[in-house]
Design a protein around this ligand. Structure first.
Ligand code: THU
Length: 236
């Protein structure tokens, strides 16, 4: 598949510059990542970060990076060193179809089961997340930690990245978040800003260690959020 055919997986309303890459894990599977921008620019997820974190959340270790050109060089540098990965600059993506990170219906894990997939070497604080974008459209995420804390991703942002890269229709999607540690489950401020951009009036269900749950709309979780018509997103 030509790189240009995968550009629709990116979310780049501010720069207009789609970036995609693919990562082959030690399990032989290929994970596509794409750039996912945010109205608060520093919260942007790079293509290589998305691909590596999705690979790690599937229990695999990134081994080979397939890259179109030298995009996001400083990002690439970190991930290459972190996993001693090989970089291959290629003309085409090593895939024949656009990525689809929907959970396989026969093997859907519960939020609690998913917690075991979290890579929490630094915090020992597993978090899991499931986005339900229609009956058979579930996208899961767990938190991933790497040697540089700021390069890992929260469970919510991994689930959201998988849904966006897969082209999920998020209008009526709902998000569920779970931790069995801590006083209660709650997305961090950065996640709230990122979630808000894609699921503004959608429900977030938070499942707590004591078995209780609370549900809120994303907008209610982030009053006075950063929003400005001076940035170039088509404001709906
Ligand atoms: N974490 C999440 O996965 N989601 C949140 O909303 C809060 C924080 C993770 C990130 C990191 O792996 C660990 O919790 C401690 O910050």
């Amino acid at each position: 598949m030509k790189w240009s055919e995968s550009y629709s997986c990116s979310y780049v309303p501010y720069s207009g510059k789609a970036v995609c890459c693919a990562v082959k894990g030690t399990n032989g599977k290929v994970y596509t990542g794409s750039r996912i921008e945010n109205i608060s620019f520093p919260l942007t997820i790079s293509a290589i970060q998305a691909a590596c974190c999705i690979c790690l959340s599937d229990g695999s270790i990134p081994e080979i990076f397939f890259i179109e050109e030298h995009n996001e060089p400083e990002q690439l540098d970190f991930w290459e060193k972190e996993f001693n990965a090989q970089i291959r600059y290629t003309d085409e993506l090593p895939l024949t179809e656009l990525p689809d990170y929907r959970e396989n219906n026969d093997r859907i894990k519960s939020l609690e089961e998913l917690l075991e997939d979290a890579v929490v070497t630094e915090s020992d604080f597993p978090v899991s997340c499931i986005i339900k974008a229609g009956e058979n459209n579930l996208y899961s995420g767990v938190n991933i930690e790497v040697s540089e804390w700021s390069k890992g991703l929260c469970a919510e942002r991994i689930a959201l990245s998988k849904a966006i890269i897969s082209g999920a229709h998020l209008k009526t999607a709902e998000m569920s978040v779970c931790t069995l540690k801590g006083e209660f489950s709650a997305p961090c401020g950065a996640c709230r800003q990122v979630i808000l951009e894609h699921l503004p009036f959608n429900s977030i269900h938070m499942f707590n260690a004591d078995g209780t749950r609370s549900s809120h709309l994303t907008v209610d979780l982030l009053p006075f959020n950063f929003k400005t018509s001076f940035l170039n997103k088509d404001s709906e």
